[in-house]
Write a protein that binds this ligand. Structure first.
Ligand code: ASP
Length: 428
């Protein structure tokens, strides 16, 4: 049995044991022990992955772009990739909107629970709203934010991945434009850095099952904080909303993506999904597409058979800008908040959500809980009070885990489709 297959089962085991331990810990008051002795191993594991995310993006994108034949190849592959990212994001949002309008989860929240939720999460919600509004400084701000003024500043913060992506593509284009002889030493350097990072990923993945166990156990005790009853109560009030999000994510992940693979590539669905399972499990456990990226790249190239050229361009870009799950979640959440507050959103407002959620998902950093911050921008655009995020805060972590799975699956699906259309999908 190859290592990633074994790994897949080991990660599932880590996840199930982490879940069981987390629930036991919350029920028996072992939160202190879990926080002191278990959770740190999860933090170390996720830090190891984050540690290599920036060098990986840099090395793989520079190698990816500079190894293309010419600028024409870049614009063709780049155009297809970005085009598919936008189309899948918009599709995900529309699915979210249909589900939330049909299920109307906002109508099921009792008034007393609504007031309690607003009171409990008022302060955090205000803080997040302030962060988001500080970010929103005019129509072109997203472009301004993409261009760093200092490379090291950009590379020193994982939230600035988009700036690193910008720099790497820019440098890759420059390398394509200078004589090959002068460019070659740098291309060799970055490609060797790329190989080194892939080896480091393999080493980190040896401890993935333990890391996943610790991450899940830590997450559960943090959410429950020795008070499981409160979590159960919250889930009862917001259960229907969670169900709407998960159902819509399920349609995107288990219907739309398989349809794309089936119709646009020669891959067998069973093989595709069983090979990407470790990536999905890791996305679920870490809630971060950035932290999952090293494994996404390894699996997509080695197990799915997407060429290095397409992988190294499409995946780092996808991890930063393509967030189908986040965009879908934001659309459902915005309408849910409006419904709970008794505000109707007409067709114009919902069309506005399609537009703003596409942009907000592009601007969302690939780290845990980033989606709830950019949700504020969407709420503002349709006139729903941003403090409304207080309503959904309590269940955000769980939904973050599920939407991140859709985010990474979307990246792999698009990379596979692009590779297939370019004749760069090898049979594995
Ligand atoms: N956690 C998500 C990701 O990394 C972003 C979000 O908060 O929606 O893909």
């Amino acid at each position: 049995m190859p290592w990633y297959r074994k790994l897949h089962w080991q990660i599932i085991l880590g996840l199930v044991l982490g879940l069981a331990f987390g629930i036991l810990a919350a029920a028996n008051g072992w939160s202190g022990f879990t926080n002191d002795w278990i959770a740190p191993w999860g933090t170390i594991f996720i830090n190891l992955l984050k540690l290599i995310a920036v060098p990986l993006i840099l090395a793989s994108l520079i190698t990816g772009v500079s190894s293309l034949k010419d600028l024409r190849a870049l614009s063709r592959i780049g155009g297809k990739t970005v085009g598919l990212y936008l189309v899948t994001t918009a599709t995900a949002i529309v699915i979210g909107l249909v589900v939330v309008n049909v299920m109307r989860p906002g109508d099921t929240v009792p008034d007393s629970m609504r007031e309690q939720l607003q009171a409990t999460y008022e302060t955090v919600a205000e803080e997040r709203a302030e962060t988001a509004l500080a970010m929103d400084r005019g129509p072109l701000q997203a472009f301004v934010d993409m261009v760093p003024e200092n490379f090291f500043g950009a590379a020193s913060n994982n939230r600035n991945m988009l700036q690193v992506v910008f720099f790497a593509i820019f440098a890759g284009i420059g390398l394509l434009m200078i004589p090959r002889r002068t460019a070659q030493p740098l291309i060799t350097f970055f490609s060797s850095l790329n190989d080194l990072i892939i080896k480091m990923v393999e080493i980190i993945m040896v401890v993935a099952p333990v890391g996943v166990f610790a991450l899940i156990a830590g997450t559960i005790t943090t959410i429950a904080q020795d008070n499981l009853d409160q979590v159960v109560e919250l889930l009862a009030a917001l259960g229907y909303y969670c169900l709407a999000v998960v159902l819509a994510l399920g349609i995107q992940t288990a219907v739309v993506f398989p349809l794309m693979i089936r119709t646009l590539t020669p891959m067998r669905l069973g093989a595709f999904f069983s090979n990407i399972a470790p990536v999905q499990l890791l996305a679920f456990s870490t809630s971060s597409s950035g932290a999952t990226l090293p494994v996404t790249m390894e699996v997509t190239e080695k197990r799915i058979g997407v060429s290095e050229e397409v992988c190294s361009f499409a995946l780092p870009l996808g991890a930063t800008i393509n967030m189908n799950g986040t965009a879908l979640y934001q659309a459902v959440a915005a309408v849910f908040i409006a419904q709970t507050l008794g505000m109707g959103l007409d067709v114009g407002a919902q069309a506005m959500i399609v537009l703003t959620a596409t942009l907000a998902a592009i601007g969302t950093a690939s780290v845990p809980s980033a989606g709830i911050v950019t949700l504020v921008v969407i709420l503002e655009s349709v006139g729903v009070p941003s403090a409304g995020i207080a309503l959904i805060f309590g269940v955000d972590r769980i939904l973050d885990m599920t939407r991140t799975v859709t985010n990474v699956t979307g990246d792999i699906v698009v990379a596979t489709v692009v590779a297939s259309s370019e004749g760069q999908l090898r049979a594995v």
